[in-house]
Write a protein that binds this ligand. Structure first.
Ligand SMILES: Nc1ncnc2c1ncn2[C@@H]1O[C@H](COP(=O)(O)OP(=O)(O)O)[C@@H](O)[C@H]1O
Ligand SMILES: [Mg+2]
Length: 338
């Protein structure tokens, strides 16, 4: 058989060097023990994933709950260790950096969390919440020193300057997420992971927060990994979109190519669940619902992880995992039948 993998997704030909390069990354967590003397069985969360994030782009990362999205973000930010593969930041291998070097690296990479209620300390004023990373990194000694700058960050995220003297409980979910975004901006990072930043918010304010992130990404030239569990949220903000299923990347493409001509059956199923504004198109479109649930980490089947749920699956799919290959220029998919 011909080996159809001359280049890997993290080696895609492009004039720009990637800001972040994830190369064959695997992550396992310590699982539970079956008995007192038994060793904990490791639970695989990510299996050999590779992708690049280029400077100034927003990469949307989409997958069902449990597919490994947060693990991907946390591993890049070095909040969870990898069991295989490498992570490069600005060309430097950061997979195992520690101590002072890791602390310095953290200045350049920030996270916006999913739950703006749990992620803001209720006993700290907004001023102190946003100043905290500046103090941790030794840029200021006391919050007050950054009052003007923090007022400006608040203005940038659409909150009044005097929000700094209030506590998180005074704000709505959407406003709290703006505070979380201001905190992520405080160190002027190059790279932000936004981990389902609007999933916990009211539907009515989601678009405002996504638009804010989009404006900031463009105006400040930030590189953004935007994590979401459905394709409708990331459509407008993403330049490219990557799809995760049960710990593996199954598709990666330019936004328009992915939405208009998805190649992976799983992406097709995700797309069929996205509402279309035109009722005629909506009616004409086949709604694909795959039987069963996502396969839990730790219970992955052999072969393609989707094979038990996929209408196109053949015997080969149950035996051999399809590699992620470039099916069209810049359009990668992991499926034997596409
Ligand atoms: N700290 C942990 N310990 C053990 N298993 C974990 C831990 N965090 C996540 N997992 C498991 O790893 C898999 C991926 O989790 P996660 O990255 O949080 O997925 P997602 O963000 O897509 O919902 C899930 O099966 C989850 O149960
Ligand atoms: Mg998650």
């Amino acid at each position: 058989m011909n080996a159809p993998v001359p280049i890997k997704p993290h080696e895609a030909v492009t004039p720009l060097a990637p800001l972040v390069s994830v190369q064959n990354m695997s992550v396992s967590y310590d699982g539970t023990r079956s008995g007192f003397w038994a060793r904990p069985m490791p639970v695989k969360a990510l299996d050999n994933i590779s992708f690049d994030v280029f400077p100034g782009e927003t990469l949307g990362l989409v997958g069902e709950s449990g597919s490994g999205k947060s693990t991907t973000g946390r591993a890049i930010l070095r909040r969870v260790g990898v069991t295989g593969g490498k992570i490069l930041f600005k060309g430097q291998d950061i997979t195992t950096v520690r101590g002072e070097e890791l602390r310095k690296l953290r200045r350049h990479m920030q996270i916006v969390f999913q739950d703006p209620y749990a992620s803001l300390n209720p006993r700290m004023k907004v001023l102190d919440i946003i100043a905290e990373p500046l103090i941790v990194h030794g840029l200021i000694r006391k919050s007050e020193e950054a009052r003007d700058e923090i007022g400006e960050f608040l203005r940038v995220v659409g909150l009044p300057r005097d929000a700094q003297d209030r506590y998180p409980h005074a704000f709505s979910g959407g406003q709290r997420q703006r505070i979380g975004i201001a905190r992520a901006l405080a160190l002027k990072p190059d790279f932000i992971v936004a981990d389902e930043p609007v999933s916990a918010l009211d539907v009515s304010v989601r678009a405002q927060v996504v638009n804010l992130l989009q404006d900031l990404q463009r105006d400040l030239g930030i590189t953004l990994l935007f994590i979401a569990h459905d394709l409708s949220v990331v459509r407008h903000i993403s330049h490219r979109v990557a799809i995760l299923y049960s710990g593996r990347l199954v598709e990666l493409a330019d936004r328009d190519a992915l939405y208009e001509t998805p190649l992976h059956p799983y992406t097709e199923a995700l797309l069929s669940a996205v509402p279309v504004p035109d009722p005629k198109t909506q009616k004409a479109r086949k709604r694909l619902i795959y039987r069963g649930d996502i396969v839990d980490a730790g219970h992955w089947p052999s072969g393609c992880h989707l094979h038990g749920r996929c209408p196109y699956a053949t015997e080969k799919c149950s035996l051999e995992a399809p590699p992620l290959v470039e099916k069209r220029p810049g359009h990668w998919a992991a499926c034997w039948h596409r």
